[in-house]
Design a binder for this molecule. Structure first.
Ligand SMILES: Nc1ncnc2c1ncn2[C@@H]1O[C@H](COP(=O)(O)OP(=O)(O)OP(=O)(O)O)[C@@H](O)[C@H]1O
Ligand SMILES: [Mg+2]
Length: 251
């Protein structure tokens, strides 16, 4: 147990007030996304309309190939819709290009093998212009918060699946985002490790005052979240968008 884990930090102190004033984080209107063209084109998302609000605890569930990753990539601004619009009313243009707004936990392994854990976690900060020394401090803060600071100098190859996933979460939270998008964060993990990773993710989001969107095909994961949306063959079924507001229930 890290003795500093309970000490107040800028992460715990500052960000909930910041997030509480933000309003609607993601607004999608009639979004479709087609991969490729001609006879091999795949329509991955059909006419999705939804809103994600500040403080959301949202699960997106659906079988393999239903469009979960595509939807999360659209929400992150990593994919552009073929038709329709995705906007981030509270975050402005290109939210991924600026630190402190959106943190993404990718499906499957995503750490850079030649960088150690601290360097991996610092990378999004460095890439968005944070001074290397400050980026390292923020990375160590995030590792500390997730109680994995002792892994800082290890290479990704030296980590277990659960440890690697926690590092990926630390990387997503190092920029202190107001929105965390996690794509099947427990997909490769056993039940107990997966539960722990969800604990960590929700605790991190609570500390940051961040909204969380998690894609999963596991009911044990989606049941931990306040709101569940389903996607099937690219068609998204949402509940009332207003229910994505934080109702103070996180597990
Ligand atoms: N880069 C791509 N090029 C072409 N087709 C793609 C691409 N990415 C995804 N697809 C297709 O789009 C559809 C949706 O894929 P997506 O990865 O969003 O599903 P998913 O629900 O995340 O699946 P899984 O649970 O297996 O991760 C699938 O038919 C998939 O084959
Ligand atoms: Mg996927």
């Amino acid at each position: 147990m890290n003795p500093q884990a309970n000490a107040p930090s800028p992460v715990t102190a500052a960000t909930p007030r910041r997030a509480a004033t933000l309003g609607t984080l993601i607004e999608m209107h009639d979004v479709a996304l087609t991969y490729g063209t001609g006879p091999t084109a795949v329509v991955a998302i059909h006419g999705a309309t939804c809103q994600v609000a500040t403080g959301a605890r949202l699960a997106i569930t659906g079988p393999s190939g239903s469009g979960k990753s595509t939807l999360l990539h659209l929400m992150a601004g990593l994919e552009r819709p073929t038709t329709g619009s995705v906007t981030w009313p509270a975050l402005g243009e290109d939210p991924l290009g600026r630190p402190g707004l959106v943190g993404v936990v990718f499906q499957g392994p995503s750490l850079i093998p030649t960088l150690d854990v601290a360097e991996n976690v610092a990378l999004p900060l460095v890439l968005t212009g944070t001074h290397a020394r400050v980026a390292h401090e923020l990375a160590m803060d995030a590792l500390d918060t997730l109680e994995i600071d002792e892994l800082a100098s290890k290479l990704p190859d030296e980590l277990s699946g659960g440890q690697a996933q926690r590092v990926a979460i630390a990387r997503a939270m190092a920029t202190r985002p107001v929105l965390i998008l996690a794509d099947e964060p427990t997909g490769q993990l056993d039940r107990a490790t997966g539960e722990h990773v969800i604990d960590v993710l929700l605790e991190a989001a609570n500390m940051l005052g961040a909204a969380v969107v998690i894609s999963t095909h596991d009911p044990a994961v989606s049941d931990r979240l306040t709101t569940q949306w389903r996607i099937r063959d690219g068609v998204l079924s949402t509940t009332d968008p207003s229910t994505t507001h934080d109702r103070g229930v996180t597990r």
